[in-house]
Design a protein around this ligand. Structure first.
Ligand SMILES: Cc1cc2nc3c(=O)[nH]c(=O)nc-3n(C[C@H](O)[C@H](O)[C@H](O)COP(=O)(O)OP(=O)(O)OC[C@H]3O[C@@H](n4cnc5c(N)ncnc54)[C@H](O)[C@@H]3O)c2cc1C
Length: 268
């Protein structure tokens, strides 16, 4: 690990000021991704600005058909929140399946979405639910936020404050987890919204999370596992690594999408 300064921010304004003045400073939330990155010397920030305990980044609120969750909310708190379980049970279920208890008790919603790991779970929910990412500067629609592997619309020094999820009519998430880490080998979030069915896929896209248009069209006629079973996902833009070929992952997407659709049709 390279040496760096550690600074515990007392307010969001203070964190913003430090980050605005120093391009090489980085916000630290749960540290579940950033600390291992530093330990491997893959990043060399001048200072870490700890934002984990900031009250401006806390809170879960269900109002006017929108569930808003503060960026510093830990995965364990999303998983066990009655407000989340009542409003969007699939989101609580997704959070409960992230990593292991240690990761869920440190890692945060904002850290995960800002990091945009191609195998992370939350990006699928944010995209399928057509959520808004609310930052210290603006509101960013999910479709504009995720811009490729580990790349987002966030500008240097811009912090995620909260994420606003419009309540769907119904939703389901299913993933095939990597057996060691829990990260999605393939994960599919299906949301039935006022604007139709949205299907977002994580863990498999060569450029990160993406919407599967054919599945959305098939499910628009009625939610059923059979509707997905008829489809074939082309493997061209699918990720390939030591854990699986692109053809294997494309098939896995179909399998988990079928399971998510079956779960959703059972709820109807
Ligand atoms: C063993 C292990 C297993 C895991 N399994 C899974 C899994 O199954 N599914 C899954 O989705 N994830 C998994 N993760 C990742 C985990 O969810 C992390 O918690 C998450 O990726 C990062 O959140 P964090 O709060 O720890 O962020 P940090 O590590 O603190 O930060 C990550 C990045 O985001 C930036 N950042 C943090 N907060 C903000 C903010 N509010 N605004 C702007 N930028 C910000 C940081 O500067 C940094 O670049 C796993 C991690 C580990 C170590």
């Amino acid at each position: 690990m390279y040496s760096f300064q550690y600074r515990k921010a007392k307010s969001l304004a203070e964190a913003g000021e430090v980050l605005a003045k120093d391009d090489e400073a980085k916000p630290l939330s749960g540290g579940m991704t950033l600390i291992p990155t530093l330990k491997q010397r893959l990043a060399q920030p001048t200072q870490l600005v700890d934002i984990a305990g900031l009250p401006e980044l806390a809170g879960i609120d269900n109002k006017n058909g929108v569930l808003t969750i503060g960026a510093a909310t830990r995965h364990a708190d999303v998983a066990t929140s009655k407000a989340v379980q009542d409003a969007i049970p699939a989101l609580a279920c997704l959070a409960a399946g992230i990593g292991d208890p240690q990761v869920r008790n440190r890692g945060t919603l904002g850290g995960s979405v800002a990091n945009n790991d191609p195998a992370a779970d939350y990006p699928a929910a944010v995209l399928a639910l057509n959520a808004k990412v609310i930052t210290t500067k603006r509101e960013i629609a999910a479709a504009d936020f995720f811009q490729g592997m580990f790349t987002t619309a966030l500008e240097p020094g811009e912090l995620i404050v909260k994420i606003a999820f419009p309540l769907p009519k119904a939703a389901a998430y299913c993933k095939f987890p990597h057996p060691a880490s829990g990260y999605a080998m393939a994960g599919v979030f299906i949301a039935q919204t006022g604007d139709g069915v949205r299907v977002a896929v994580t863990g498999a896209g060569a450029s990160g999370v993406f919407r599967w248009a054919e599945a959305e069209q098939a499910l628009a006629k009625g939610i059923s596992a059979a509707a997905i079973e008829k489809l074939t996902l082309a493997a061209d833009d699918i990720n390939e690594d030591i854990h699986g070929t692109r053809e294997y992952r494309a098939q896995l997407v179909k399998v988990v999408a079928t399971r998510a659709a079956a779960a959703l049709s059972g709820k109807k």
